[in-house]
Design a binder for this molecule. Sequence first.
Ligand code: SF4
Length: 75
Amino acid sequence: MAKCKLLEKCPFFNDQMQGAEDMIERTKQNYCLDNFASCARYQVFDALGRDHVPADLYPFQVTRVRQILSVVEAK
Ligand code: SF4
């Protein structure tokens, strides 16, 4: 599959978010290096731009994406 085009500047990929090391590595493999389109951070970036991606949003938190989009779109 495809690597994410945001790898270089992504706080999650560059270890700026907290979490167990094995979870972080597994998530990088599953999302950043394989299926970036499923990543919550990527989805918010794609819809709204980098400035709207919450600092604490993890790739697997896709259930938060709809809420983030609806809050921004309501403004
Ligand atoms: S897949 Fe998500 S977490 Fe990984 S580099 Fe891309 S935006 Fe960042």
